[in-house]
Ligand binder design. Structure first.
Ligand SMILES: *Cc1c(COP(=O)(O)O)cnc(C)c1O
Ligand code: SF4
Length: 367
């Protein structure tokens, strides 16, 4: 009898399949969540803004449905929501804090004064594939694009196609790091660096590891949160086979983003010796209360992750509806500090152009 060998699928198929199966239209996601489109609150109208001359809004088309009005915002920034993340959302709740981070909204057409395409002024003077703003750390744009598109993303207008780290740039980027002994930490960023495959990442990490003045490798990623299967044996193997110390900074904004599957993975990462930190963005109607921040910190610790930064929202064009004012943010932090042990208090920071690091604003001490 002829035995047909079972084709062994490539090891990475699982997470890549999950990625390919992401929701990319509002209709399909709402159907999955059993949200009746006719139950949506009315979209913004011009009248809502007519008294504020800082705001321009693209006129609402009254002849199309609310769902189409929202769905149109995909033209500004594509919609992308992996299924494991959708599974963490509540059914039948348009106001679900996870859904509200990723759902295209007609409000994205609002053009508010001070909300710009490049709030951090990163798009000027960037060496292709590299951002070196803070003396001891350098950020590598390993991969443009993410597994999920967060509507508040400050890089939603970033020209990734000009800044992706291709083979051609590898050499000059590594040379740059090699020539600057002030740099002791390399950060893989993006987009999401874990969108790259493990073979590529292993190779790059090894080259960084060979630079003797580098002490740490940090990875800024949201992928394990939105597709936990991304944390596979291949990733663990290259990450823990280095001389330099591995750190993963996750991006979680709300306690509901921490599911069983993620907890299992963070346990594996911790056992492998990876330091796990988290950064969040303070977002209106999603996590802008002391209760939410405290509950998030507690849930993070349960999952072996320490809170690191709570970022003030960067004023990016098309996302002004997520903005929390600085006084409100400081009021939240004043309460958080009284309720949590110090190691569970994230540092409230703002990223200001031309500063030597992120600026803590918990106590109003910004320059
Ligand atoms: C945030 C950031 C870093 C890292 O800053 P830490 O305070 O070390 O977390 C490095 N480079 C750039 C460009 C950044 O935006
Ligand atoms: S994962 Fe991070 S970089 Fe990617 S869209 Fe979301 S906020 Fe932006």
């Amino acid at each position: 009898m002829l035995i047909i060998p079972k084709k062994t699928p490539p090891v990475e198929t699982h997470w890549q399949k999950e990625l390919a199966n992401s929701f990319t239209t509002l209709d399909s996601l709402l159907e999955y969540l059993r949200i009746d489109p006719s139950s949506l609150p009315p979209a913004l109208s011009n009248d809502a803004f007519s008294n504020n001359n800082n705001i321009n809004i693209i006129p609402t088309q009254n002849d199309i449905s609310i769902i189409e009005q929202h769905n149109n915002a995909r033209r500004l920034f594509p919609m992308r929501v992996p299924k494991p993340f959708a599974d963490l959302m509540q059914q039948s709740n348009w106001y679900d804090p996870l859904l509200q981070q990723v759902v295209p909204q007609q409000a994205e057409f609002v053009d508010k004064l001070g909300f710009v395409a490049d709030p951090l002024q990163e798009q000027n003077g960037t060496t292709a594939g590299l951002i070196h703003k803070y003396k001891s750390r350098v950020l590598l744009l390993v991969r443009g694009g993410c597994a999920i598109n967060c509507r508040y993303c400050f890089r939603r207008h970033f020209p990734y196609q000009d800044n992706q780290l291709g083979q051609a740039q590898y050499q000059s980027v590594l040379e740059y790091i090699n020539n600057d002994t002030n740099i002791n930490e390399v950060i893989f960023s993006g987009g999401d660096p874990l969108m790259a495959n493990d073979k590529q990442l292993a190779k790059l990490a090894q080259k960084v590891d060979n630079i003797t003045h580098i002490k740490r490798l940090r990875i800024h990623t949201r992928l394990p949160v939105v597709i936990p299967s991304r944390v596979n044996n291949e990733l663990l193997a290259w990450l823990t086979n280095l001389r330099i110390k591995p750190i993963i900074v996750l991006h979680i904004n709300h306690k509901n983003e921490i599911g069983e599957a993620l907890i299992e993975k963070t346990k594996m990462l911790k056992q492998a010796g990876v330091t796990l930190l988290n950064q969040s963005v303070l977002l209106k109607n999603i996590n802008d209360s002391a209760e939410e921040i405290c509950e998030l910190s507690e849930a993070l610790f349960e999952a072996n992750i320490l809170p690191y930064y709570l970022h003030m929202f960067d004023p990016v064009k098309g996302a002004a509806h997520f903005d929390v004012s600085k006084p409100d943010a400081q009021k939240i932090m004043a309460k958080v500090i009284t309720r949590l042990p110090g190691f569970l208090v994230p540092k409230l920071v703002q990223e200001l152009p031309r500063q030597p690091g992120k600026t803590p604003i918990d106590l109003g001490l910004e320059p």
